[in-house]
Structure formats: structure tokens, C-alpha cells
Design a protein around this ligand. Structure first.
Ligand SMILES: Nc1ncnc2c1ncn2[C@@H]1O[C@H](COP(=O)(O)OP(=O)(O)O)[C@@H](O)[C@H]1O
Ligand SMILES: [Mg+2]
Length: 316
């Protein structure tokens, strides 16, 4: 285990931002910290990267204690924060060269490393342009490149693909998988279930400072232990009436979701389910266009685990 987090707690005044969190990460893997806004992800990243001290608990990264060995640890890890920390007035090349000098690389080596990273992140064509002219995706890549200047074995990425278009997000995922294939360990935070599902070998789901579930993406889906009933209603059907009609079938405490013309109900798996659903909808004069049962996605898992979607309660 290259990262060990043991019963870490951190408060800001009376706000318990991180509440007794424990997990560990094995070498050369991606660990996903998944949770909505305000869950405590950035606070945890800051503690793991020595920027914040925990109130209690213990963290070691690559065998070093984040409090006692902070200075030494800083030179061994890479961090790309939630907001890309690039200097707008410098070119991409100059940004990376500067970081290299901060890591005490000799001038020539810093320049070689900068060019190497620019090509690795498909930024060579823009390397001599000021970062202010870069798109969001290019900034993210430059920021990630900066975190890699010192070739750290452990990389911390706070919402690395937030705000990226799907294509840039996919490109970045490929880069991260490549890094891990070459032996790096990555701890990343995300609000995207799809991202954790695609990248992470293990996931901790956090909500208001607490780990509410942990395991592989399929463990988490299994933990929900149920299926999803999907119903496409006929035109002009009343969604609220349909929700009420189906509520007796839902797993207790879960909410029926309506999204992209589809009702999604978390249900226990059992024979006769679809027939019962059709009968209930029929009793309420609701027309059904399409109906079926699917396996839960990580999104459904979160809904089932927390009682609310990843967007928090705002989409209630
Ligand atoms: N420096 C700070 N001072 C006071 N409260 C903070 C500070 N940083 C974070 N918080 C609070 O701690 C909680 C967790 O925040 P954060 O770690 O940023 O969550 P996330 O990154 O998951 O969105 C939130 O309630 C936030 O308002
Ligand atoms: Mg954050």
C-alpha cells in the first residue's frame, strides 16, 4: 500500500469537513474519491499532499508521514489542484520550465523535460504561446504536465476533468491510464460516476465528510443489491402520477428518478416485477411505451447509498 489514510478528521470551526476517514491505495493503481460538492474531497487531498494538517488521524504516502515528513514528501509527489494553477502570462513551455527549476532541475534538464511533457500532452504545437490563449482542455493538460515535471511516483488530482468537453475528458483518461501502466499511483477526486467507473480500481464514496461506501466499481453496484426498472411513458402521461403508481415497488428510502424521458426505479430483483409494474401503471391509466429491467450504474448506486443524486439535493 503506497497511501494509507487512518481515521483522519478535520474541522473548520464547527464544520466537520472530514469525518474519521480511512482507506488505503495500492501501488500502480488509480483510486477514486467520489462525492458531490462539499463532500470533503479537496480537504482530504490537501491533507494527503501536506497542505493542511489533520486534526487527528494519520496519513502516510510512500512510507512518509504527511505531518512529520512533510518537506521530504512534497518533493516526491505531484499535485494538480481543482483549479488549474498555470501562469497565464508565461508560455506553456515557460510554465513547465519554471516548475522544473522549482524542483531544482539544472536549467538544461528543465528545458528538456518541458519539451518532453509538451509532446506527451499533445501541447507541443502551442508550447511557445502564452497560456492565456489556451482552451480549458489545454490548461488542464498543462497543469497535469506541471504536476509530472519531477516524475513523481504518486500523483494527486483534484477533479482533473471538471469542466472539460467529452473529447478532452477522454483524452485525459487515456493519459492517466498510460501513467499508471508505467507504474504511477494516482489518487483522483471526481463528481463523475462514469469517470470513477472507467478509471478507478477502487473507489471510496464520500458524502458530507464520511466514507459511505468503498470497493471496486462492481462491488459498489453489488452493494446496492438490486435492479433498475426503466419505464418510458406514453406521450402526455403524468410523470408524478406514474411515480406514485410505481412507488410500492421501489426499495425503501430510494427516490424515483425521471431523466431523459425515462423513469428509473431502484427495485429488488424478483420474478413478476415487470408484470406488476405494468398492472400498477394501468390502474392509474398511465400508458407505457417501453419497459425493462437493467443493472444499476454507479449513478444509481450513489442514489441508493445516499438517498440523493450526485448533484446533492438541488435536483430534488
Ligand atoms: N478553508 C476552509 N475554511 C472553512 N471551511 C472550509 C474550508 N475548506 C473547506 N471548507 C468546508 O469543508 C467542507 C468540505 O469542503 P471541500 O473539501 O472543499 O469539499 P469538496 O472538495 O468535496 O467539494 C465544505 O463544507 C466546505 O465549505
Ligand atoms: Mg473540491
Amino acid at each position: 500500500m503506497i497511501i494509507e489514510v487512518d481515521r483522519v478528521t478535520k474541522s473548520f470551526g464547527s464544520n466537520l469537513a472530514v469525518n474519521n476517514v480511512s482507506f488505503s491505495v495500492s501501488e500502480a493503481s488509480i483510486f477514486g474519491l467520489l462525492g458531490p460538492n462539499g463532500a470533503g474531497k479537496t480537504t482530504l487531498i490537501n491533507i494527503l499532499t501536506t497542505l493542511l494538517k489533520p486534526d487527528s488521524g494519520r496519513v502516510t504516502v510512500d512510507g512518509l508521514d504527511v505531518v512529520r515528513d512533510a518537506a521530504e514528501l512534497r518533493s516526491r509527489i505531484g499535485l494538480a489542484g481543482q483549479y488549474a494553477a498555470v501562469d497565464e502570462n508565461l508560455t506553456g513551455f515557460e510554465n513547465l520550465e519554471m516548475v522544473g527549476r522549482l524542483y531544482h532541475l539544472p536549467a538544461k534538464l528543465a528545458r528538456i523535460r518541458a519539451d518532453e511533457l509538451l509532446s506527451q500532452f499533445s501541447l507541443a504545437y502551442a508550447g511557445r504561446k502564452q497560456a492565456r490563449t489556451y482552451s480549458g482542455g489545454m490548461r488542464r493538460r498543462l497543469d497535469l504536465a506541471a504536476a509530472l515535471v519531477s516524475s513523481p511516483r504518486v500523483l494527486f488530482l483534484d477533479e482533473p476533468t471538471a469542466g472539460l468537453d467529452p473529447r478532452s475528458r477522454n483524452d485525459l483518461w487515456d493519459v492517466l491510464e498510460q501513467l499508471v501502466a508505467n507504474g504511477a499511483t494516482i489518487l483522483l477526486t471526481t463528481q463523475y460516476l462514469e469517470e470513477a467507473d472507467r478509471l478507478a480500481e477502487h473507489i471510496a464514496v464520500i458524502d458530507v465528510g464520511k466514507v459511505i461506501a468503498m470497493g471496486t466499481p462492481s462491488d459498489l453496484k453489488a452493494q446496492v443489491g438490486s435492479s433498475i426498472l426503466e419505464v418510458v411513458l406514453g406521450k402526455d402521461s403524468n410523470v408524478e402520477t406514474a411515480k406514485q403508481a410505481l412507488s410500492p415497488l421501489a426499495v425503501t428510502g430510494t427516490r424515483i428518478d425521471f431523466h431523459s424521458e425515462r423513469l428509473r426505479v431502484i427495485v429488488p430483483e424478483r420474478p413478476g416485477l415487470v408484470v406488476d409494474a405494468i398492472r400498477l401503471l394501468d390502474q392509474h391509466q398511465i400508458e407505457v411505451e417501453e419497459i425493462g429491467v437493467t443493472k444499476p450504474s454507479l449513478d444509481d448506486a450513489f442514489l441508493a447509498l445516499t438517498g440523493h443524486g450526485v448533484g446533492g439535493l438541488e435536483d430534488e
